[in-house]
Design a protein around this ligand. Sequence first.
Ligand SMILES: Cc1cc2nc3c(=O)[nH]c(=O)nc-3n(C[C@H](O)[C@H](O)[C@H](O)COP(=O)(O)OP(=O)(O)OC[C@H]3O[C@@H](n4cnc5c(N)ncnc54)[C@H](O)[C@@H]3O)c2cc1C
Length: 313
Amino acid sequence: MTILVYLESYDGELTGHAKEEVGMANEIATHTSQGIVGIAIDSNTSSLAQQAGSVGITELKLATIDSYNPRAYAKTIENIYQDGDILIFPTSTWGHEIAAYLAMDLEAAPITDIVEVRGDNKYIRSTNSNGVLVTVEPEGPKILSCRQGVFSIPEEQDSTANVTEIAAGEGHKNFRVKQVEPLQMTRVPLSDADIIVTAGRGVGSADKIPVVEELVDILDAALGATRAIVDDGWVDPDLQIGQTGKTVSPRLYIACGVSGAIQHITGMKTSDVIVAINTDEEAPIFDIADYGLVADLHEVIPEMVKQLKAMKQ
Ligand SMILES: Cc1cc2nc3c(=O)[nH]c(=O)nc-3n(C[C@H](O)[C@H](O)[C@H](O)COP(=O)(O)OP(=O)(O)OC[C@H]3O[C@@H](n4cnc5c(N)ncnc54)[C@H](O)[C@@H]3O)c2cc1C
């Protein structure tokens, strides 16, 4: 009986979320004493053993599949699954698709959005925009998904996992992925960011977003957004943080012109350090901020960028 961790990757790179999955597996292992085995499926597998080893995976099952196909990925995993294994997926679009196919085949109920491991078969999952925590003690096959930004990434190690090549599973005859088109990302994705700088409606208009982006770039941060500016079409919906967007937990979160509506806070309140810049001293974001600046972001941010540039020189 093993803890099988599907290590999410794209084009040969493990995602930050995959590393958190290993963190969750480690926590489960402290309760069950089961060994941990990674599973990676990708078209480019050349450095996955090294990447898996660097987060403490010693044994890696590796399959090569030309392009993402949830049916084929699920079959690949099902072929090595044995009764009593625990399966871990990321709480991500791919993770949930693959988990759903597997759950159908194994006649299991996937348990999604796990935020805490409480025992050898007791998990806490978060629902209703983090408003309700549910304790689950599953019977039968355990297919679990790990909520992003909750479990710690294991310390980096200088080691490489031992690889066993496994056969790729069959896709479905009625299901073929014709094209996978990655978004052109020039910055760190939200999921991998240590620092997030979020723009809210207080920025003023779409053409003023570059003011915030200057701070993003000088800090090597990711750009986040409130739903207000996503709905107004100022930025890509993929950047939205909150109840109907992403949940993040960076080391530093800088909210610029963000009021701090509950639906936004729900997605970022576990950030280590929260800084808020807002002209309204009554704005609710200040209730959760560690540092607050009651100021116009158009005055403060250019000054911050100037000082940071000077520090970097
Ligand atoms: C079902 C549902 C789901 C939702 N999901 C989400 C979600 O996932 N994520 C999300 O973010 N929202 C979500 N919302 C929307 C949410 O309720 C708020 O409307 C939204 O977060 C507000 O965005 P904002 O803070 O950018 O804008 P506003 O609330 O308009 O706040 C703008 C802030 O900028 C300040 N400001 C103005 N000018 C300046 C300046 N020059 N310098 C500094 N500060 C300035 C103002 O004082 C104000 O506090 C959801 C709502 C619903 C009903």
